[in-house]
Design a protein around this ligand. Structure first.
Ligand code: ATP
Ligand code: MG
Length: 421
């Protein structure tokens, strides 16, 4: 504890493959958390390491070993732990919930509820808590949506008893990353990430994102399952959690680590200049149980993002998961088109090839060998994707319920002129 009573260390829990309850995997200590340069230390517990079924927290940084791992990157928080913590939206909700006063990285991990992405959990007790049995239900979406609206608008939240209960509901889900307002809800099939539309969206985001997931799937890309539901006259996108599987005994959890952690970086402006699909492909080939298939799949996703002008394809929008001991690329998620004014040059969020981030066919093909594809294969793959996106985006979007007006609004996203410049 610091002198002001704030925690500086916590236990890290992990739900092992095939299990529905967590065990204690190790201890995380954040020194100088509130003054100076924070240093994070992680050590696996002896009892954990002695288990025959022990698994690593991540495939790059925290291998199973008796040693003290140390980091000064990312405010002292290891990538795998940061991936299990809240991001912009969740931090916003937690800050509102916790009231005034600046919260440290450890506070965010400890305050966020236990429906976080992946298989990790955090707490101050050596023994992990029992897994949560109750989740928000899809029926609660209306309440969740109106609370998300109030938080977005910076409105005061009501302080009566029901509001407390609502706020508790809203907190569930804040440990998921990302910037858009969201919550986690359950139905009889399992857990879903609910993404709410915002008043300032230029089109019905829920329908459009759903359509892009369907379009990607029709292009042979493995995607998260999704559907759109109507809540109090507005639409909400539900994306099925691929890191959870409902069983009779509770939820199985897959470990999950972001592309950002695989790249070993942060998201400062300097770090951003090093974000690269080519590098991500190399890392993926190193950690994946199926390197060739995953490298080709990453290539397809990169080409698809260029073809739909998904310029928000930052490394946290890619992940690897492990349902058993080994890791593989997760299904694709968060696919959103954009329509910048420029028709000649659009840039993805990560470097693609010899011409940097330029979303262009020649650039996409320039480093195909690093995705384990020969030029002929890569060219044919790209051509097929291009044809399919161009020929079918409209029909797929309309079938997914995107209105004529919204189709018009997003039409400039697909196979923009600069793609073949
Ligand atoms: N289907 C899913 N199953 C499990 N985890 C998911 C799923 N979809 C998204 N996630 C996790 O939740 C995070 C937030 O989701 P998503 O990227 O869709 O939200 P967002 O707010 O649109 O993000 P951004 O800030 O990139 O725009 C992702 O970074 C990923 O870690
Ligand atoms: Mg995202």
């Amino acid at each position: 504890m610091t002198s002001d009573g704030r925690p500086t260390e916590c236990f890290v829990y992990l739900t092992l493959p095939g299990q529905t309850t967590a065990v204690t995997a190790g201890r995380f200590v954040l020194s100088d958390a509130h003054h100076g340069t924070p240093v994070g230390r992680f050590i696996y517990g002896k009892t954990y390491l002695a288990r025959p079924d022990a698994v690593e927290l991540d495939p790059v940084e925290l291998k199973l070993a008796t040693r003290t791992y140390e980091t000064t990157g990312l405010g002292g928080v290891f990538g795998a732990l940061r991936d299990a913590g809240p991001d912009h939206w969740g931090r916003r909700v937690i800050e509102r919930h916790a009231g005034q006063g600046s919260l440290g990285e450890l506070d965010f991990l400890l305050q966020s509820p236990d429906d976080r992405a992946g298989a990790l959990g955090f707490g101050l007790n050596q023994t992990p808590p029992a897994p949560r049995r109750r989740f928000n239900q899809t029926l609660d979406l209306e309440k969740l949506q109106s609370l998300a609206d109030a938080i977005l608008a910076g409105e005061a939240l009501p302080t009566n008893a029901e509001a407390d209960q609502i706020e508790e509901l809203l907190l569930l889900g804040t440990s998921m990353g990302g910037a858009r307002p969201k919550a986690v809800v359950e139905d009889r099939h399992g857990l879903w990430l609910a993404k709410f539309n915002r008043a300032d969206d230029r089109w019905n985001q829920a329908r459009v994102e759903h359509a892009m997931l369907l379009l990607a799937r029709s292009c042979g890309i493995t995607t998260a399952e999704s559907r759109v539901v109507s809540v109090a006259g507005r639409e909400v996108l539900l994306v099925k959690r691929f890191d959870r599987e409902k069983t009779q005994d509770g939820y199985l959890r897959a470990r999950m680590v972001s592309g950002l952690t695989l790249l070993g970086g942060g998201d400062s402006p300097v770090d951003r200049t090093r974000w690269s699909y080519v590098q991500l492909a190399e890392e993926l080939r190193r950690v994946s149980e199926r390197p060739g298939a995953d490298a080709a799949e990453l290539f397809r996703r990169m080409c698809f993002n260029a073809l739909i002008s998904n310029l928000d394809d930052h490394p946290r929008n890619h992940a690897v998961i492990a349902t058993g001991r080994t890791w593989k690329l997760s299904p694709a998620y968060d696919l959103t088109p954009s329509t910048p004014i420029s028709l000649e040059r659009r840039d993805l969020a990560m470097s693609i090839g010899d011409q940097g981030r330029f979303a262009n066919a020649d650039n996409l093909l320039s480093q195909c060998a690093r995705f384990l594809l020969d030029p002929r294969q890569a060219q044919s793959l790209l051509k097929k994707l291009e044809k399919r996106v161009e020929a079918t985006w409209y029909e797929v979007a309309r079938r997914a319920g995107v209105t004529e007006r919204d189709c018009e609004a997003i039409s400039g996203a697909f196979a923009y002129p600069g793609f073949r410049l």
